[in-house]
Design a protein around this ligand. Structure first.
Ligand code: ATP
Ligand code: MG
Length: 182
């Protein structure tokens, strides 16, 4: 499974529809400071709901909506990730899986919506699907700036926890603990 394409709509600095293609092996993104490279990573964390333990570099979800217009700013932002799923790492019978998230700002607060192949789903559903492909919020599928230094300076016990996450053991430890508490 790999990301084929990401589509941004009014997300952070992407004030119009922007499509970014990815390759199946290696993609690098380069550009001047402030051009939006990190905003692309923020977009990935946003759609996949991986932001709980990492920062999206925004105080509130509505800060993710493009606010660069002087007159009228959009009231919603949407990011869509197109996965190649030919290897069926995600447990659905589709060569392509599309996960999308939208945040909408209203006078009564904000709303957040997740879609899995066009179907409205919950954050928990997205997490459950992704966990099958070993993509988890606690995992190291996304390595943020500073993570490497933190891992080097950790104690052996803390580092062991990371290996458990990567090996997929921690997921079962968590499930076991939850089951025992019920
Ligand atoms: P660097 O090389 O310094 O790491 P970068 O390419 O990673 O830069 P980003 O941090 O992705 O840059 O982008 C920062 C830009 O995004 C800033 O110019 C900031 O004003 C803009 N930005 C962030 N949130 C919004 C928003 N809601 N609306 C419009 N622009 C935004
Ligand atoms: Mg950056």
């Amino acid at each position: 499974m790999y990301i084929k394409k990401i589509e941004f709509m009014n997300f952070k600095s992407f004030g119009k529809k922007v499509k970014i293609p990815f390759f199946d092996d290696f993609t690098t993104i380069s550009g001047p400071n402030g051009s939006g490279k990190s905003n692309i990573i923020d977009g990935i964390l946003f759609v996949l709901g991986l932001s709980s333990s990492r920062t999206l570099r925004a105080e509130k979800l509505t800060d993710l909506i493009y606010n660069g217009e002087k007159s009228k700013n959009p009231d919603n932002a949407q990011v869509t990730i197109y996965f190649d799923n030919k290897d069926r790492e995600l447990p659905v019978d589709n060569d392509e899986v599309v996960i999308s998230r939208k945040v909408r700002s209203t006078d009564n607060g904000y709303y957040s919506y997740f879609y899995f192949n066009g179907k409205s789903v919950s954050l928990g559903d997205v997490h459950n699907y992704l966990a099958k492909a070993r993509v988890t919020p606690e995992g190291y599928n996304v390595v943020m700036q500073g993570d490497v230094t933190r891992i080097i300076t950790m104690t052996a016990g803390e580092r062991r926890k990371i290996i458990d996450e990567i090996a997929g053991v921690a997921e079962f430890d968590n499930k076991k603990e939850r089951a025992l508490n019920e």
